[in-house]
Design a protein around this ligand. Sequence first.
Ligand code: UDP
Length: 240
Amino acid sequence: MKINVCDIEFDDLTPDEAVERGMALLDTPGASYIVTPNPEIAWACRRDAELKAIVNGADLVLADGIGIVYGAKILGRPMKGKVAGCDFILDMFARMEDTDKTVYLLGAKPGVVEKAAENLSSQFPGLKIVGTSDGYFKEDAPVVERINAVSPDLLLVCLGAPKQEKWMAANAERLDVRLMAGLGGSLDVFAGIVERAPEKWQKLGLEWLYRLKKEPKRIKRMSVLPAFLISMVGRRIAGK
Ligand code: UDP
């Protein structure tokens, strides 16, 4: 079932259901893609029709962040909960360990993506990581060529939003992959250079606050959150 929040059609799924859908997409012909919008991306879509079309055209639209869940609640369309992109992909990796499915990591700074691959290989010894490329390239073609040389089943695209969403859409037709997932700063987390909030904070829905505490410069980006929620109240009142 889809739930509309701020004109984005989110898939209303539990984390387990999301992984089931993700695994099924690995066996679906063509290059499918997954997006993980948070309120910041949903808000950006209001002024970027191209981004909005890409996000709504995804095969799976996961509610990454408690802000989306609050927004849905305010609109009177409660969701099952958030599905953090980072957790989703770790669950996928756990499932992929017992299969012959392969993954390629694209994004983050040189050195960081390799470290992420190293850490993920220790955490998931059965995971088949068939390649890595950093996210600071000038031309798409050589990167696409490197990826196609190993035809991974899953491609992580971690270039930050909205770059990663636009990159996936622009390259989907020429990429020999089954599934792509746009996952922002996840490789930084897997490499251990960005720390995720402790579970207690996550359970309280305060991961964003922890991140702000660690990286105060994110305050400008996060300032869209109140505007986003107030806009949802306005929509509820207006019956939209
Ligand atoms: N990044 C990249 N290429 C770029 C710009 C950014 O690979 O041209 C990477 C950056 O190094 C970081 C990620 O994209 O690993 C963005 O992280 P951020 O936390 O800003 O993303 P969010 O999860 O907030 O979208």
